[in-house]
Design a protein around this ligand. Sequence first.
Ligand code: NAP
Ligand code: MG
Length: 453
Amino acid sequence: MTEIQLLNPSTGVAIGTVVGLDLQATDQAIDRASAAFPSWAAVAPGDRARLLRRFADLVDANLEELAQLEVTNSGHTISNARWEAGNVRDLLEFSAGGIERLYGHQIPVPGGIDLTFREPLGVVGIIVPWNFPMPIAAWGFAPALAAGNTVVLKPAEVTPLTAIRLGALALEAGIPEGVFQVLPGQGSIVGARFVSNEKVAKICFTGSTPVGTSIMAGCAPQVKRVTLELGGKSANIVFADSDLERAAATAPYGVFDNAGQDCCARSRILVEERAYERFMELLEPAVNGVVVGDPSLDSTEMGPLITEAHKAKVSSYLDSEAEVAFQGSCPDGPGFWFPPTVLTSTDPRSKVVTEEIFGPVVVVQRFNGEAEALRMANDTPFGLSGSIWTNDLGRAVRVARGVEAGNLSVNSHSSVRYWTPFGGMKQSGIGRELGPDALANFTEVKNVFIATS
Ligand code: NAP
Ligand code: MG
């Protein structure tokens, strides 16, 4: 066991410690999850739905406490944190609604009848990053539990508090012991054990591309199921025929939300040449208008970065090759603050154009015409999200179909709705979460033929 020291990112002050599990404790938890699986899978669908709804009700009743925990542990703005806790509640409700509708097919075949069943997988291991501790946990555990699996969940080392609280609320709701366990600890110990332990049937991982690829390789010898949600370098494509005022006013929120620590951040803005000057004139006051400061205030729009080390990583991108167009402001003093920063670049191979910075830094580039916009947008190994600003409907559809990314929005920057599928193309990941197939992703299809003659 190791002791993990937690800090408040907006002040740098220690807020407590949690005990990180060792290999033996991780294996014991996986054994409990495995033992709990058959009886959880056998709970009648309506009863399992009722338990998840009770869990949702408790999340709702404790929404403010969960939100405050996230402000303290992760530096999220209080308004975001409330949305995030609400998202957990909504995911539980949405998943509960699917349990009684987890239908199979009856397929016409000669000589008998043919039925398909959606069987749960067993123990699902969910590995969560620090950037959205509550939603990313729930996108995994809610549909996984609903489909009849048991869950072991490893929160990020630095942001375990809301997940630990959610684990306690699940027990309070009456979800049996061993069905949903939160296991704080190091990725290289607890997370890696989910991969190597043969009792874990599927891994849902969200985080960095290097760790994601190592997890995929680690799952291969067991043909373990894996969903990966990795990074992004998404493009916000602004055509000259768009509502430039709106495009510029919203662009900062498409990238600086959660201090840019968002895999869907539109961290490249591609602007059509003939609108470029006007767009930049409009963007500067919009960036200066982003309210950065104490995340516990309702009026705050952007908080700090997660750790000192992450701040150092983000800062390292502002070397001589990056041209700073303008920068907003942020508190100085303690805490891991970084101001909203707009860079320009004409070098397509520059690090600021190609790498995921994962901080409040955006790079603006120019393009000429639709074909060049698409070529630039797709000139990346990532493919998670993106935005298209245009008032030409045909162009909006053409460009949305042409961008190689899993989640696109037209005249909007939103990627995430629990009703709709979410996931990455190319090296942004494999598999999908949320949406109509959320529960199905935690099942295997079984086909049964019954001879009638
Ligand atoms: P990370 O190392 O990939 O961490 C994500 C999760 O995986 C954490 O829970 C981590 O545990 C765990 N983990 C680490 N090594 C593991 C291993 N060998 N086996 C199993 N699990 C393991 O990400 P990070 O270091 O926190 O962030 C680095 C960069 O990743 C960021 O700067 C950003 O570019 C990207 N990132 C992307 C997302 C996203 O939403 N796609 C989220 C976070 C980060 P620990 O907490 O112990 O490390
Ligand atoms: Mg790491």
